[in-house]
Each structure stands twice: as C-alpha cells, then as structure tokens.
Write a protein that binds this ligand. Structure first.
Ligand code: SF4
Ligand code: SF4
Length: 404
C-alpha cells in the first residue's frame, strides 16, 4: 500500500515536470522585455514576459523588522523582494528601501501589493467605493516610502473575480502608472478563485505576473495546472505563495518537511519563483541550499504524502469558499482562516490583524449561533477558530504593528 502511494506521488511529480519543461522552452527564453541583470548566482528561471531571470527563491518581507536582513538576503543572492502597502502600515516598504539603498537599482526587483479600497474580500467584487485617483496615490506613496523612482512589479491583491480584473477604471489606472514609468510591470495576487483570476488577468491583457497560492494541498490541482500552463505560455510570470501549506501543525506545533513542500512547488517549471517569508539566517541558508538540488528524495515524497493523508488538519485553509454559503451570518470565513494561519503558523500577528480587519466583521461573530452550520472541507472546527482569532482585535494596535 505504501509503495503504491509513493508510486502515485512520483508519477504525479514526473508528469508535472515533463509537461512543463516543454512549455518553459516554448515561452521563457524567447520573450524578453526586461533589461535587468540581477547578478545572482542562484538557480533561476525567467519571470514570463518581463524577461527578468530571477532566483528560485524570493523574499516575502512581511514580518521583517530590520533592514539588515534585507541586505543579508541580497548579499546571499536574493534579488526579488515582495512587500505590500499594508505591511507595518507602510513601514515595511521603508525598511525594504533602506535595505536595498546601496545596491545597483537594476540588480534587484521590488514588488509591492496595494489593496484597492472598495474591494470586497468576501466576493472579490470591486464596489463603487473604488476611486482610481486614490488608488494611483497609493502607488505614489509607495514610491516615496521605498525611496525609489519606480516599482518593478505593482500587484493588485485579492484578485478572484473576472469583472474586477476587467474593470475599466482599474485597468486605466494601472495602465497610467505603467505609462508614467512609475511601475515597470503589473501583477495580480490571488488566494481564491485563482483559475478565474488568471484567466481574467490574461483577458485584461495588461498583467505580466500572477502571484498565486500553490502547494501540494492545493485543491483542483489538475485544472489549476492547466490554467497556469496556459498563462505561462502566454508569457505570464507565475510566482508561488503559500507554498508550505499544511507544513504547520496546530498552533504551538512545528513545521513539517518544508524542503519537501517547496521542492514540490518547483517541480512545476511554470513557477518562476517561490515567495518565502524568511526571517532568520537559518531559514535563508536552508532555502538557498534546497534550491541547489530540486530532486525530491523518497523521504521527502513520503513526508508530503504523510501530510496529505494526515488526520491533523493543520492550519491551511484551502480557500475553497465552500463555507461561505453555509454560514448563518455570512461572515468571510476564508479570510478569517487566513488570519488564523498568519497568527499561529507564520507567527505574524501584524499580517493576521490586517487580514482579520479586511474581513470587515461588524460584530463579534458566532456568538449568536448555538451550533455552527458550517462543515469545512479542511475539517476545521470553524466556530472554535473564529472565536479564537477574533481576540486579536482586542489587542492594542501598538503591540502588534511593527514600527520603525
Ligand atoms: S470550507 Fe474550510 S477550507 Fe474551504 S474556505 Fe472555508 S474554511 Fe477554508
Ligand atoms: S458559528 Fe460562526 S461560522 Fe458557524 S454559522 Fe455561526 S457565524 Fe457562521
């Protein structure tokens, strides 16, 4: 039985790798719009039609509290840095800018995610609250905080709904930023409804990069891989996030085989790089060692397989959204569960709080339900977890948000 599972896993992995090598050859080396030489010796891939060859690991800067770590990562070969306007309420972008200040501007890539006011996280719809001028100002403010003349990749997060990514006001605003030279490339980030998001981004025609949740537990993997393949062939650079899903046990637990989880993601050659929220030199060194040899060992395959069949639910919400229609109070459970994972898995209370607030809870949820009507695909006890994580809203803000 055990060897059957192993064979199945191996076949799956080989299948992915073989198919995608073809597609990588088909688009990667021939489409080149970028002009950066990132001067890194780390194993790398081309980021779609940006043409930039980027290391397989990039740094997700959420939770970084010191610009020295940015410098350390750069000196170790990391060249792509993913921040967001809301990390540390903007302070994170300042730290990233400070950390990179003395390095050649064309030797690194800075990306930032800027959520749009008026984006309903629960439905993915852009409401009438959206104001293009306000959104444009977000990019200007980011530039000031980074201390840069341009942002390499400006990312629209919360992508999932086709209508949103085809919203004319949004597309015009983003195109304006690009035409003004304030951003070089445009991206989306998607946690849920990712297939729809990627297809819509392709249809919109202005997006160069898609950041997506991608890991060995991702639901509907075959159809997602097909969409990723289509996007990669069209020149979309694909960046994987949430790559260690399920690698955290319950709160207070420990990471499982993260090397195996990350290697699994990189078997798909349509994935240009992984965003890793590294915080320590040990994590950095571990990841840099891992990308030197992507071949998965039998032990690693077994470890992933064990995680897949484990009865322990871990902390990863599949973002399948099946809970939404079951909840009696219409609360945004997938977003709340992401907050739970950020708090207990990533140990990043600031990101957890921001995510929790984006769920826009108008009252303390769950208190009015005698029993919870939600059956979660991942097996979470939803009511218990919601009541646990919402306590974060009571913690004084200054204890949570990273200040410089
Ligand atoms: S049903 Fe469970 S796994 Fe799916 S989105 Fe809701 S909380 Fe997450
Ligand atoms: S207990 Fe909470 S999650 Fe469950 S149905 Fe009620 S409000 Fe929704």
């Amino acid at each position: 039985m055990a060897s059957n599972r192993r064979d199945f896993m191996k076949k799956t992995l080989i299948g992915i790798s073989g198919a995608l090598m073809v597609s990588n050859r088909a688009h990667g080396e021939n489409i080149y719009f970028g002009s950066k030489d990132l001067q890194s010796d780390l194993p790398s891939r081309i980021l779609g039609k940006t043409g930039i060859r980027i290391p397989l690991i990039s740094l997700g800067t959420s939770g970084i509290t010191n610009s020295n770590f940015i410098r350390t990562a750069y000196n170790a070969g990391i060249r792509v840095f993913f921040s967001a306007t809301y990390y540390g309420e903007g302070n994170n972008e300042i730290l990233v800018g400070q950390g990179l200040r003395n390095f050649p501007r064309d030797s690194y890539v800075v990306a930032t995610a800027a959520p749009a006011e008026g984006l309903d996280m629960r439905t993915g719809a852009l409401t009438e609250e959206f104001n293009a001028d306000v959104y444009l100002k977000k990019a200007e403010d980011s530039l000031k905080r980074f201390g840069l003349d341009y942002i390499d990749i400006f990312v629209f997060p919360g992508a999932g709904k086709r209508e949103t990514l085809l919203n004319r006001n949004l597309l015009d605003a983003l195109t304006k930023l690009k035409n003004q030279g304030k951003v070089k490339f445009l991206g989306i980030a998607s946690h849920a409804n990712t297939e729809e998001a990627i297809d819509a981004a392709l249809e919109a025609g202005i997006f160069d990069v898609a950041m997506i949740s991608y890991n060995f537990k991702v639901p509907k993997r075959e159809s997602l891989d097909a969409v990723i393949d289509r996007a990669a062939k069209a020149g979309m650079g694909i960046v994987a996030m949430k790559t260690t899903a399920g690698a955290f046990r319950e709160k207070g637990g420990f990471p499982l085989n993260t090397n195996a989880a990350l290697k699994w993601v990189l078997q798909n050659e349509n994935i240009s790089c992984i965003v890793s929220g590294m915080r320590t030199i040990e994590e950095l060194e571990k990841n840099l060692k891992m990308i030197q040899d992507l071949k998965m060992t039998d032990q690693e395959i077994n470890d992933l397989q064990a995680s897949l069949i484990s009865s322990e639910t871990g902390l990863y919400c599949l973002q399948c959204q099946k809970c939404l229609e079951q909840c009696q109070q219409d609360i945004d459970i997938p977003t709340i569960m992401r907050s739970y994972m950020y708090a207990y898995g990533y140990k990043d209370p600031e990101l957890a709080l921001y995510t929790l607030e984006s769920a826009k809870l108008h009252k303390v949820p769950c208190m009015e339900c005698d029993t919870c009507s939600v059956t979660c695909s991942a097996g979470f006890n939803i009511k218990e977890k919601v009541l646990d994580i919402i306590r974060l809203q009571k913690v004084p803000r200054e204890f949570i948000v990273n200040r410089i």
